[in-house]
Design a protein around this ligand. Structure first.
Ligand SMILES: C[S@@+](CC[C@H](N)C(=O)[O-])C[C@H]1O[C@@H](n2cnc3c(N)ncnc32)[C@H](O)[C@@H]1O
Length: 282
């Protein structure tokens, strides 16, 4: 399936418009209004750059290349109802489906979901997907046995408490929740894959979001939200989750791929990714 061109609006702008970077408070509405269109603009480039590494029906937790096959943090997915939040082109959910699970995707970006349709047709493994946001999941209570997110929505939402509450609501009692995020300690360093990214210069406890502002329009065009490790423990415990795993994948020998701020130079010294696994109270 060939994809239609991006919307006229985003075609009018270069894929990555000139931005200035700030740290400042941004609420949920502004985060969503920025990040949806940002992922629409970025999706073609993202899939062209990372699609092969991710695999059309592969499940990779992050730039280190840790696979769910190796990690087993989600548990057995066969005959399970499994929701992926921030599913992008649905590669991970396609892996779940190819292992006998009823995987389903959810993403904020229309363009990412168009790529998911493209891969549905290319692989013959369709992933039913919905466009929605992590803070308002369009499902009934207790619809899923497992929910996961591989660098999906969680670090893009301002209202993390709402997002985790939603996961708890749509899970069945005893359900599994697993997700990967940028390792919180990375926020102490510049997002640079080279040696400059090894020099701690930023306050770990400063939760002020990272914000990109479109120089031309003055509008917020991208937002990421930071939480400390303690914040993650508190929000999960606060919604009835018992944390069973916190994986900090090591940089594999011979792996020289650079992905944004992730590289061997940094990854051989400290973790770039955190993968949490937890169980909802039964
Ligand atoms: C880094 S990509 C990860 C996608 C996929 N897991 C992968 O590995 O390619 C992050 C995804 O989260 C989605 N996203 C961002 N904010 C979201 C939100 N509030 N609700 C749902 N999805 C969101 C983006 O559209 C994007 O597809």
């Amino acid at each position: 399936m060939s994809l239609p061109p991006v919307t006229p609006d985003s075609r009018d702008h270069p894929p990555l418009p000139p931005v200035r970077v700030e740290r400042r408070a941004v609420d949920e509405a502004e985060s969503r209004a920025a990040n949806g269109p940002d992922w629409d603009r970025y999706a073609d480039d993202y899939q062209a750059t990372h699609g092969e590494f991710l695999g059309d029906d592969g499940f990779v937790w992050g730039p280190e290349g840790l696979t769910e096959e190796a990690a087993g943090i989600l548990g057995d997915v066969r005959d399970r109802d499994v929701l992926e939040v921030g599913s992008g082109a649905g590669q991970c959910s396609r892996w779940v489906r190819s292992r006998g699970g009823r995987g389903m995707g959810l993403d904020l970006s229309h363009r990412q979901l168009q790529h998911s349709r493209r891969l549905d047709e290319a692989t013959g493994v369709p992933v039913p997907s919905v466009r929605a946001t992590a803070t308002a999941l369009p499902f009934r209570d207790g619809s899923f046995d497992a929910v996961f997110s591989a660098f999906g929505a969680l670090q893009f939402v301002a209202d993390l408490d709402d997002a985790v509450a939603e996961v708890a609501r749509v899970l069945r009692p005893g359900g599994r929740f697993a997700f990967s995020i940028t390792h919180p300690t990375r926020w102490m360093f510049p997002d640079d894959p080279g040696p400059e990214g090894l020099v701690a210069s930023q306050d770990y406890w400063d939760r002020t979001p990272y914000v990109e502002v479109d120089e031309a329009t003055g509008r917020v065009s991208y937002v990421e939200h930071h939480r400390t490790l303690g914040d993650w423990v508190a929000v999960l415990a606060g919604h009835g989750f018992r944390i069973t795993d916190l994986l900090e994948p090591q940089w594999p020998e011979g792996h020289e791929r650079v992905w944004g701020g992730w590289s061997g130079t940094r990854g051989r010294i400290g973790p770039g990714t955190a993968v949490f696994g937890c169980d909802l109270d039964a």
